[in-house]
Design a protein around this ligand. Structure first.
Ligand code: AMP
Length: 282
């Protein structure tokens, strides 16, 4: 496995790989790797000749009050995990390498699809995500790129980006990896105390509750959300949103029907955690 920190070196590698006809599978991450990252890496390993993992905490996607400075980082540990999982190249540029001007003057932006879920509460977040993902795609030129369903709005918006901008990459969706308790794996789970980690299991329980209400015939989205929010608040979580949106348009639904995303963001102590389930409702 080779660790690459400059764009020039990554480009040279990609140039040689393309020349020899190798397919490239790409897993973009912000590092502090866990089983939720290992699953897309393993999948990329089975589907491509070469696997590239990027590790970059992207300042452009964090709001001023968010956790950019305190986001957990450990490149040595991440490299060891990548090596174990058969990764060929870890691309870990510094912020100066990615943003030599400190920022960029040209962005990739999104409309409509960022009106709900996280986009509503994190202005500029998806613009930062899309801009860095497009930069990474330009550098790594993957045949396939792997994204987790844990960040479903990110996945959907990236699918639309490559579609709208005709970028020749196949986006592969990877199901959410959970702990035995149901808690979705996340680098931000390191912020949780033992007690908070138990409380955080309510997030997935609330999604299960929504699923059961729908299975029992409830179709009124606000009735479902109200019940789930009440449950989360009762166990001590501060809910940022609990929403039911259409899978394709990401618009809020009044009546639950078709392919839908039930999404939640909640604070457990200082950690903001997100989770979702995708349901097909007849
Ligand atoms: P991050 O490092 O949190 O930006 O995540 C990098 C990629 O791994 C994104 O595509 C995430 O959606 C995905 N990912 C993170 N956690 C999980 C998880 N628990 N299950 C599945 N995919 C995940």
């Amino acid at each position: 496995m080779r660790l690459i920190t400059t764009i020039e070196e990554m480009r040279e590698v990609v140039h040689d790989l393309k020349k020899s006809g190798k397919t490239i599978g790409f897993v973009p991450t912000m590092g502090y790797l866990h089983a939720g990252h290992a699953t897309p890496i393993d999948r990329a390993r089975t589907e491509n000749d070469v696997v590239v993992v990027s590790i970059f905490v992207n300042p452009l996607q964090f709001g001023p009050q968010e956790d950019y400075a305190s986001y957990p980082r450990d490149l040595e540990r991440d490299s060891a995990i990548c090596q174990e999982h058969g990764v060929d190249f870890v691309f870990a540029p510094s912020s100066n390498v990615m943003y030599p001007k400190g920022t960029v003057d040209v962005f990739v932006d999104v409309r409509r699809l960022d009106q709900n879920l996280c986009g509503r509460f994190r202005p500029g977040h998806f613009r930062g995500v899309l801009t860095v993902v497009m930069k990474l795609f330009n550098i790594v030129q993957p045949d396939r790129a792997y994204f987790g369903m844990k960040d479903i709005q990110q996945l959907r918006i990236i699918e639309e980006m490559v579609n709208d901008l005709n970028w020749p990459v196949q986006i592969v969706a990877v199901p959410t990896v959970r702990e035995d308790s149901g808690l979705a794996m996340s680098s931000r789970n390191t912020y949780l105390s033992e007690e908070e980690r138990k409380t955080a299991t309510a997030i997935y329980q609330s999604l299960q509750m929504a699923r059961q209400l729908i299975e029992a015939g409830e179709r009124d989205a606000s009735a479902i959300c109200d019940k789930c929010i009440e449950f989360l608040e009762r166990v001590g979580l501060r809910v940022q949103y609990f929403q039911v949106v259409d899978y394709d348009s990401l618009q809020l639904l009044r009546t639950v029907s078709g392919k839908v995303i039930v999404g939640v963001a909640a604070f457990v102590g200082k950690a903001r955690l997100i989770d979702n389930v995708v349901l097909e409702v007849s």
